[in-house]
Design a protein around this ligand. Sequence first.
Ligand SMILES: [Zn+2]
Length: 338
Amino acid sequence: MKAWLLREIGSPELFALEDVDELVPGPAEVRVRLRVSALNHLDIWSSMGMPKPPLPHVAGADGAGVIDAVGEDVTTVAVGDEVVVNPSIGCGHCDACNRGETSLCDSYKILGEHLWGTLADQVVVPATNVVAKPSILDWEHAGAYGLAYGTAYRMLRRARLRVGDTLLVVGVGGGVSNAAMEIGQAMGAKVFVTSRDSKKIEKAVFSGADGGFLSTEDFGKALKVATGRGADVIVENVGGPTWKASVGALNKGGRLVTCGGTGGPNVELSLPRLFFKQLEVIGSTMFDMGEFADITRLVGSGRVPVTVDSTFDFGDLPEALQRMQNGEQFGKIVLRHE
Ligand SMILES: [Zn+2]
């Protein structure tokens, strides 16, 4: 089979399309022949060794396709089933897994980061890590929602977003932020966004956001001027460059939830502001099985649209990665495999 293989660490230019042996599913595993995959920043981080994957490596967390082989003891799905891959993989038997908290598993793994992923003709995952492809989604949209929409859904749950809350989504072009905007609207929040690019703010408003502000200005202040109050919940994954304005945008009792620091990992926090305003800073990563089932139902019912930015042929991975590295996207970048 063909796979975009990473034989050394350094940069996204090191992915090379190679022929490798077909994968064989072990007990309780299935092999999916991928129709599409989708990119995440994780793929770039992996190629740069953050964290360093076992080599050679195949990146790619998202994908959808058709099951073409099953291992021993697999009874829940069968060859020919059309499925979406869930990239959040727990051991299935530790205390966290027993509580259903997959992403708190002691030996937690992300497809395409710790395990060979979807930037290949085939991927092997536990049989519990596929769900039926929602019938209203075409392949491109089915293969695109997994990591970003699952992650955003868990973030909004952990931040206890309520109907009528003001939600501020920082950096709306990226997959997770874009998903948070769509899910926040479906949950009944008033949704505002930030971006460095005024065109992306226009697109967000066109897709139903209540307004937006440039990330380069003090958007916390701008939000208060525009609405008369701040945010109840803020979705952050930029970190360094936007942190100060984000914290400044929170109402008393507000919750800032973060799943990353694409702009820099270290931030400052004023403790008096934190306790006096009774703010919460919440970390969140990936999602559990129940949350993936929930988000699959939400996108499968049409209540949460999946935003696909662009679709590239599988062979054009370098161009697709370049688009993400340049921050040009609004939503998910998809690869069509066949
Ligand atoms: Zn576990």
